[in-house]
Ligand binder design. Structure first.
Ligand code: UFG
Length: 338
């Protein structure tokens, strides 16, 4: 297939682009490089032995998108591009609404103009909020507690409305739990700008000596060791989930939602210990107050994706920690080292 990938130079996008190329698909990446590096695509090409096309543009740039569709004639789109920091979204909410909603609306309009009818969308387990208890099934109540999460929730609703209005449209909404890890080559990985918000990149930078210690946000949650638990899923498994969803859309129309998670919760301290084992490095940490907005526990019921897509997470948290460490140790400053 010819697959247009928005945000394909980013963390999950680059791993999915690699998986698509390895499976023989043709890929065109559209990315404005606002939070990613084109070096990731050079390395994807090196790993795949063939390259994805690349257009440097914001997805809200209708003229650029129109030209890309006219030139590449994609049969499907995977839409990763978006702003994704929860804390930042509470400071600059309009940027989040403009970028995340605006890009999706422009993309759907340009897809319609060019007769492209299949889209896989990067949603988030954040839409489950605290409305029910994990494990979350796809029919659990949804909402959101911050502007970032609300953009994901609103985009899901926009996609459902557009799919209801157009019986040709095929939509897969993928609700990611906590993506971690890196390609086992150590050539591509997560490269956050500034101080990492997320646990794994922070731990990896502590192990690499770039940061002094981890702050563990709260040890008084109602969880086995008191620290928050999450469903950490290897990014290579996550990438495979996109290919499975794309395959499903080839012979199923309508609007579909699938969780991409392992179903297994791990605590912050579980991750610290797994990383220490994988890296052989001790991770100094200090317990700090809870981070505002955090939930105690979030993990998937992953059965629907198993049944309908024939997809399940295969790689362990230990494997993900080893892969993250390999990437971070070989690229202490991420793609800036290139
Ligand atoms: N944590 C720490 N110290 C840190 C960073 C995180 O203790 O320096 C803890 C958090 O409190 C939480 C766990 O590690 O218990 C995971 O935190 P992350 O920031 O890595 O991930 P979140 O679960 O908060 O958020 C992630 C994505 C969001 C998404 C959400 C969906 O970053 O985009 O999952 O559940 F919305």
């Amino acid at each position: 297939m010819r697959v247009l990938v928005t945000g394909g130079a980013g963390y999950i996008g680059s791993h999915t682009t690699l998986a698509l190329l390895k499976e023989g698909h043709d890929v065109l990446v559209v990315d404005d490089l606002s939070n990613s590096s084109v070096e990731s695509l050079h390395r994807v090409a090196e790993l795949a032995g063939r390259e994805a096309g690349f257009v440097e543009a914001n997805v809200r740039d209708e003229a650029a998108l129109d030209a890309a569709f006219a030139d590449f004639t994609p049969e499907a789109v995977i839409h990763f591009a978006g702003w994704k920091a929860v804390g930042e979204s509470t400071q600059i909410p309009l940027v989040y609404y403009r970028e995340n909603l605006g890009s999706t609306i422009t993309l759907l309009e340009v897809m319609a103009q060019h007769g492209c009818r299949s889209i896989v969308f990067s949603s988030s387990a954040t839409v489950y909020g605290e409305l029910s208890e994990p494990p979350f099934t796809e029919d659990a109540p949804t909402g959101a507690t911050n502007p970032y999460g609300r953009t994901k929730h609103m985009i899901e609703q926009i996609l459902a409305d557009v799919a209801a209005a157009d019986d040709q449209l095929r939509v897969a909404v993928l609700r990611y739990f906590n993506p971690i890890g890196a390609d086992e080559s150590g050539r591509i990985g997560e490269d956050p700008k500034g101080i990492p918000n997320n646990l794994l990149p922070f731990v990896a930078q502590v192990a690499a000596g770039r940061r002094e210690k981890l702050m563990v946000f709260g040890d008084d949650y109602p969880t086995p060791d008191g620290t928050g638990t999450r469903d950490y899923i290897h990014v290579v498994d996550l990438a495979a989930g996109h290919l499975a969803a794309l395959g499903h859309l080839q012979d199923h129309d309508g609007y579909h939602v699938w969780n991409l998670g392992t179903g297994q919760p791990s605590s912050v301290l579980d991750i610290v210990h797994a990383f220490e084992k994988a890296s052989g490095v001790t991770i100094p940490y200090e317990v700090a107050p809870r981070r505002p907005g955090d939930v105690a526990s979030s993990f998937a019921d992953p059965k629907l994706a198993q049944t309908e897509l024939g997809w399940r997470a295969e790689l362990s948290v230990e494997q993900a920690c080893a892969d993250t460490h390999r990437w971070q140790a070989a690229n202490p400053n991420g793609f800036a080292d290139a």
